[in-house]
Design a protein around this ligand. Structure first.
Ligand code: XMP
Length: 190
């Protein structure tokens, strides 16, 4: 697989994002909420730079694609989320693609009644967004390719790889793979 972003560049950029986060929160308590499962490496690396009063929570979002649901239906499972009412939240996700997941998660957290909400993504795919959504922190803008590594998976493989890599395959198959990926993600964490 071709490397899109090598591990040393990821490390450097995550450090820069952490400096921005630390400056913005300036000692205020923050709850970092990671979107399972792709956020795990990003979250673990980011928080270790942060000298702030900090809590960590996790949230799961699953795409449903079955006979009784339409493609893109999103199920949010907050079972692992601590009580975030009245807290300052930084929501972290691996990748901003269409924007549907983060838009829905933000709506969910606002409904719960958080004090403030910011969003950080490691990657943002250029030209893919269908929901207008501006993250507060973004590591890298990337082209429209299916990427794996550093938490990102294809069929639950490759998450452990330290670099971000482009999954090989015919480029015209991108949409098929994305749809297929959603199908394999039915009823399971993303
Ligand atoms: P949306 O479209 O709602 O989706 O912004 C974001 C979620 O889709 C998954 N996704 C990917 N996962 N490589 C992956 O491993 C990719 O290139 C990719 N593009 C989208 C991911 O779960 C993300 O949270």
């Amino acid at each position: 697989m071709d490397i899109l972003i090598p591990a040393d560049k990821i490390r450097q950029r995550v450090g820069e994002l952490a400096s921005q986060v630390a400056a913005d929160y300036a000692g205020r308590p923050v709850t970092i909420v990671g979107v399972l499962t792709g956020c795990l490496m990003f979250l673990a690396d980011l928080v270790r730079h942060l000298d702030l009063p900090l809590r960590i929570g996790l949230i799961q979002a699953s795409s449903y694609r079955g006979e009784r649901t339409t493609p893109g239906d999103l199920h949010i499972d907050p079972a692992l989320l601590p009580d975030v009412r009245g807290r300052h939240i930084l929501l972290l996700d691996d990748i901003l693609d269409t924007g549907r997941t983060l838009a829905a998660l933000c709506e969910h957290l606002r409904r719960v009644g958080v004090a403030s909400l910011k969003v950080g993504v490691l990657l943002r795919k250029v030209g893919r967004q269908v929901v207008p959504f501006e993250p507060d922190y973004c590591g890298f803008e990337i082209p429209d390719a299916f990427v794996v590594g550093y938490g990102l998976d294809y069929n639950d493989e490759h998450r452990h790889l330290p670099d971000i890599l482009i999954l090989p395959g015919p480029s015209e198959d991108g949409e098929t793979r994305r749809q297929g990926d959603k199908e394999t993600r039915t009823q399971k964490e993303k």
